[in-house]
Design a protein around this ligand. Sequence first.
Ligand code: R1P
Length: 274
Amino acid sequence: MDTKKIQAAKQYIHSKIMEAPDLGLILGSGLGVLADEINNAITIPYSDIPGFPKSTVAGHKGQLVFGDIEGVQVVAMQGRFHYYEGYSMELVTLPVRVMKELGVQTIIVTNAAGGVNTSYQPGDLMLIKDHINFFGTNPLIGPNEERYGPRFPDMSSAYSKKLLQLALQVADEENIRVRKGVYVGMTGPTYETPAEIKMVRSFGGDAVGMSTVPEVIVAKHSNIEVLGITCISNMAAGILDQPLTHDEVIETTEMVKLKFLSFVKAIVRKMNGG
Ligand code: R1P
């Protein structure tokens, strides 16, 4: 882990912001609209931050937005980095390390993913109760920095049970139907084959995507509490007789954006005691 890179990014960001964030928001494909809801926003393009890579995927703007939502100081990643973009696991997860350095204690990680559970429908929101790491690698491989966390981190509750309960309660109060399931992370950039989806389902996966798992591993390593929200953007391969496209992913997230926005804002309000 390149601690100099983490410190350089932190110092640059510190010179630009007024207040340290408590909550981090990692916004998935087509879900960056949440950052537009931030009050008193200070926007920092990734290209200005030392060591930060570029966002290359459609639906990922490529900037950090600081400010407040529902009275909570947040930093939102309007666009994330994916392993398939050719970035190392270290770079994919660099923003999580930087968030920790800036004082973030909780992260809401979001993504668009294919529905593997056949009872799901495109447009559903799924709270992540657990994940399966199918990347074939792990962002913590390499020398361990004890200052951040232990060599062998416990992953038995990577997704905070407390926050999951809080989100379920909010869903109930706001009358929003949510699912609760297991997110399976694979490298991409190919969408999965029908045979792979059958395997994922038999392994207990409910949704499949190409992100989130590395970020959550690094967050958990440094003792950040995590809530995960997936937008089911399409059904995974082999369920419907139609090809999968990223355009469809973006279209579905556009369709559910109001539900997604009001859900996350209500969660933040509740986290803040509201
Ligand atoms: C595929 O359509 C893209 O959408 C999802 C997949 O992981 C992949 O990057 O993006 P997010 O996980 O960033 O939401």
